[in-house]
Ligand binder design. Structure first.
Ligand SMILES: Cc1cc2nc3c(=O)[nH]c(=O)nc-3n(C[C@H](O)[C@H](O)[C@H](O)COP(=O)(O)OP(=O)(O)OC[C@H]3O[C@@H](n4cnc5c(N)ncnc54)[C@H](O)[C@@H]3O)c2cc1C
Length: 398
């Protein structure tokens, strides 16, 4: 334990997202407050990223972001973890030091939980001319942009409706397209606002690739009913202001474009001299420790982890991040105590994809659910997550 050595450096947790916050809270619980933790994030709040597809709600709340965040001060109250606000610029494993924009932090143990950023795969114009919902600031900007377009829509010529192109047919693109198409924009932008024409571009991948057949079929039907057009088969070749061009030469004119086509590890993670997997993620061993770096853990979207039970890789989801955080915290404390580490085994509770206000489709413990019960379940789980996290409890997500 810390008290038995002269080493007073803390355990440093980088990133207060789903993985980092849960990990910091769990280290406190497991060590009964004896392992000092410094939790670092650029924001003083934990962002509820799984709810950032709610653009209609984001548009109607103006500058208020309270429904999508949990203050870190509240979440860490009464724990051995202290919060340090700063942007991580460099992680130096040989000297066990983290460089922030406002100082340096030595560590005895480290958990890298810095999440993921949009991957643009070198598509010209994609980073410059599309919105994204991977960060709260980006989701707010998208909501404001659609609101502007909607407010201006009564002036459009003839029957023209504003068009929003969503790139990426995974769960984020699907949730977002359904949300934009089913939001009552007249209630937010004024009675003359015209309902947007939403196009979901799935690229070369099938719609909702990797999801259960029942979810894919229900999502497809719900999107069709909401008027979302699905364009598949070809990747995006380039994006220009007001135009998304596909590899087959199709050009989709639009009033706003959103990039939901993929994620990669942040640059500070990709620069680490450790083994990297797909999209720059850190390859960790089954205890979530980075090979050859005892006491250094990678958790959440930053990690590439084989799933020995189901085969393939553990998904990059908040649900998996929370489960990983519990084992990483246990192993971090075990390292301090000189005890054996345990392997991480993942068991997915379920998956529910939101399909517009009051609609969703998913499977929970392999049982299909859909419609308003599925939407209600997702809502309850999300609200319970936010409440439990704020009170330092051990929450779950689907
Ligand atoms: C719209 C949407 C819906 C989703 N829905 C679901 C769902 O229903 N269920 C599900 O399980 N998953 C869902 N996901 C996926 C889920 O959000 C991610 O898998 C999850 O956020 C990963 O957690 P994390 O802790 O690894 O990263 P994050 O939650 O992104 O946390 C990373 C943290 O690191 C901080 N950070 C990053 N870089 C720096 C830096 N350089 N310096 C300081 N701080 C930094 C960030 O501020 C952030 O707080 C959804 C994602 C999106 C975008």
């Amino acid at each position: 334990m810390a008290g038995t050595t002269n080493d007073d450096r803390p355990a440093v947790v980088l990133g207060a997202g789903y993985a980092g916050l849960a990990l910091a809270q769990e280290v406190h619980r497991r060590s009964r407050g004896r392992v000092p933790v410094v939790l670092v994030d650029r924001n003083p709040v934990h962002v509820l990223r799984t709810e950032l597809y709610e653009v209609g709600k984001l548009a109607s709340t103006g500058e208020d972001t309270a429904p999508w965040v949990v203050p870190l001060a509240a979440a860490l109250e009464g724990t051995s973890a202290t919060f340090r606000q700063g942007t991580v610029q460099r992680i130096d494993l040989p000297t066990s030091t983290v460089t922030l924009d406002n100082g340096t932090l030595p560590f005895r143990s480290l958990a890298v939980c810095l999440g993921s950023v949009a991957a643009y795969y070198g598509v010209p114009g994609a980073a410059e001319h599309t919105h994204q919902v991977y960060r709260l600031s980006g989701a707010k900007r998208l909501a404001a942009a659609i609101l502007d377009v909607e407010r201006a829509s009564p002036q459009l010529s003839g029957e023209r409706r504003p068009r929003v192109v969503v790139v990426g047919g995974g769960s984020t693109g699907t949730e977002l397209a359904a949300e934009i198409a089913s939001t009552d924009w007249r209630a937010i932008a004024g009675p003359g606002a015209r309902a947007p024409d939403v196009v979901l571009v799935t690229g070369a991948l099938p719609f909702l690739a990797g999801f259960d057949r029942s979810i894919v079929d229900r999502a497809r039907r719900t999107l069709a009913r909401a008027g979302v057009g699905i364009v598949g088969g070809y990747n995006v070749a380039r994006v220009e202001p007001g135009r998304v061009a596909l590899e087959d030469g199709t050009v989709l004119a639009c009033d706003a474009a959103v990039w939901c086509a993929g994620l990669e590890a942040p640059a500070v993670v990709r620069e680490l001299p450790v083994r990297h997997g797909r999209a720059g993620r850190i390859v960790a061993n089954e205890t979530l420790e980075v090979p050859e770096h005892p006491g250094v853990f990678a958790v959440g979207d930053v990690v590439e982890l084989a799933d020995p039970v189901r085969g393939g890789l553990i998904p990059a989801t908040a649900q998996a991040a929370l489960a990983e955080a519990r084992i990483a915290a246990r192993n971090l404390v075990a390292r301090w105590r000189g005890r054996a580490l345990v392997p991480f085994r993942y068991r997915e509770q379920g998956v529910v994809v939101a399909l517009g206000p009051g609609r969703a489709a998913g499977t929970v413990r392999a049982v299909p659910i859909w419609g308003s019960p599925a939407a209600l379940l997702k809502r309850i789980v999300q609200r319970d997550y936010a409440r439990a996290t704020e009170h330092g409890e051990s929450p779950t997500l689907i």
